[in-house]
Design a protein around this ligand. Structure first.
Ligand code: IMP
Ligand code: MG
Length: 178
């Protein structure tokens, strides 16, 4: 399908599942080769559930573990600027080398909030891996260590990303048509 309609909005095919696989593969390779010891991956739900599942199968670092947290700042197609609290962290993160797994980094508000909350818990190191990044929308100066693909400031769905919770299960990534 090259075009889909959700709640009267049209989306066009943007990144196919094959392209996603090769992006995820090269990100995994970069992470595997970065020399990060006993990493604790923390996937940010809901958006990163497919990305996390796919990339973790290609992680070969000894003693890699994964945990999941939930935090959301989006309603509809526009950021609300408000970020909810981080919930669900049931792992000891003190002294751990954290690798955050995000589906997409837009303004960076969510990322900053997550990092601040981890820093309070005396982690050893925090690295950030995001499948998609919108450089022109980014307002923070936190470095992003692993970027799958930088995209223009368009609204995208699929492969975990939603429009009002719809579209997360799509195997391809679609972009809103203007
Ligand atoms: P930020 O706080 O503005 O960086 O937004 C980050 C969060 O907003 C992501 O984790 C997504 O849940 C959501 N988001 C940002 N851009 C998009 C998009 O294009 N489509 C769907 N969700 C998005
Ligand atoms: Mg998200």
């Amino acid at each position: 399908m090259t075009q889909i309609n959700i709640k009267n909005k049209n989306f066009e095919l943007f990144i196919s599942n094959n392209e996603i696989s090769s992006i995820v593969h090269s990100m995994a390779k970069n992470i595997n080769e970065a020399g990060i010891k006993d990493p604790l991956f923390i996937a940010i739900l809901n958006g990163s559930f497919l990305f996390a599942a796919d990339i973790m199968r290609e992680i070969t670092i000894p003693n890699a573990t994964i945990s999941f947290v939930k935090l959301s700042s989006y309603s509809g197609t526009q950021t609300t600027g408000k970020v909810n609290e981080l919930i669900g962290l049931n792992t000891e993160i003190k002294d751990r080398n954290i690798i955050i797994l995000e589906d997409i980094i837009d303004t960076g508000i969510t990322l900053e909030k997550i990092i601040k909350s981890f820093e309070k818990k005396n982690v050893a190191d925090i690295k950030v891996a995001t499948l998609l990044f919108k450089p022109t929308a980014y307002t923070k100066d936190i470095p992003i260590d692993f970027i799958g693909r930088s995209i223009s400031d368009d609204f995208v769905i699929g492969y975990g990303l939603d429009y009002d919770e719809i579209g997360r299960n799509l195997p391809h990534i679609y972009k809103l048509k203007n």
